[in-house]
Design a protein around this ligand. Structure first.
Ligand code: NAP
Length: 281
């Protein structure tokens, strides 16, 4: 079997068109949806992510405010900026790009963001909303994965989903979203003794580890759907995921590529969350 590709670029394009339409409706009512992005320091990867987020806003009719601060910014000064943005009616979503410099407590900063503007979905209130099935903002990467499953018409009811990775931003919220759609969910991590025994039982596998070739063809049940969240570099320095794409695509029914898979969906869902925040406001 050669798997069908779930094309994150194509799906993003479609969803961003819808987002632009929602932004236009808000604008007609005199509300321009606004996202504030705060970058502290000069982490090269963060600069690229932030640039892409700002551009996505601009391309789709959202207002974006990019705040760049020196790495020496104090925690108190950053908290003050977050508070000011919480009170700024032109801003509907606030994103503090992680990682932050070591002298700043990232969790404290995230908790300072108003849950009404927590478009990254990292606030403890957003996490609680996801656990309890209440309305709130879903973290963008796993939310994007759910949209990818939706795009292929995949019904999770009665299916076994295996999530590899248990971070607060990807693995755990991913598992909760799959659970909410009635999948039976297994979460694997670095202490899982026999990963292959778990993944071989899976109808859906989400790999969110950050290591190349964590998932190889012999670990995948024929016909499984494989979503690859990982972002790594191969020996040639090219972007690659956690999945051995060449091998696994011969076994899976659907697979996401890297690049062009989950990556673009993350930014798309950030736009969706920001629109949601503006509509609620
Ligand atoms: P993370 O916080 O480092 O978490 C990685 C998880 O993988 C941990 O739970 C860890 O287990 C688990 N793990 C490590 N080695 C393992 C192994 N051999 N077998 C099974 N599990 C293992 O990373 P993250 O923030 O979740 O990100 C994961 C990957 O996704 C990274 O490559 C990141 O760059 C990428 N990412 C992509 C996007 C996107 O937009 N495409 C967005 C976010 C993240 P323990 O908990 O036991 O340590």
């Amino acid at each position: 079997m050669t798997a069908q590709l779930i094309d994150g670029n194509a799906l993003s394009k479609q969803l961003r068109t819808q987002a632009a339409e929602r932004a236009a409706v808000l604008k007609a009512r005199g509300i321009t949806p606004g996202l504030a992005v705060i970058l502290v320091g000069d982490n090269a990867a963060s600069q690229v992510y932030v640039r892409n987020k700002v551009k996505a806003c601009e391309d789709n009719g959202l207002y974006s405010l990019l705040e760049k601060h020196e790495a020496t910014l104090t925690e108190a000064a950053l908290l003050a900026r977050v508070e000011a943005l919480n009170n700024d009616p032109s801003i509907h979503g606030i994103l503090v790009q992680l990682p932050l410099p070591a002298h700043i407590d990232a969790q404290k900063v995230i908790e300072a963001i108003s849950p009404l503007k927590d478009v990254d979905g990292f606030h403890i209130a957003s996490a609680g909303a996801l656990v309890t099935g209440m309305p709130g903002f879903w973290p963008c990467t796993p939310y994007g994965c759910m949209k990818m499953l939706e795009s292929i018409g995949y019904d999770l009811k009665g299916k076994h989903a295996v999530v590899i990775g248990r971070s607060n931003i990807v693995g755990k919220p991913m598992a909760l979203m799959l659970l909410q759609k009635n999948a039976t969910v297994t979460i694997c991590h670095s202490g899982t003794p026999d990963l292959k025994a778990m993944t071989l039982q899976a109808d859906v596998i989400v790999a969110a580890v950050g290591k190349r070739n964590v998932l190889t063809a012999d670990m995948v049940k024929p016909g499984a759907v494989v979503l690859d969240v990982g972002m790594n570099r191969n020996d040639e320095g090219k972007l690659c995921g956690d999945v051995d794409f060449a091998g696994v695509k011969e076994v899976a029914s659907f697979i996401t590529p890297v690049p062009g898979g989950v990556g673009p969906m993350t930014i798309t869902m950030l736009l969706v969350n920001t629109l949601e925040a503006a509509e609620r406001a």
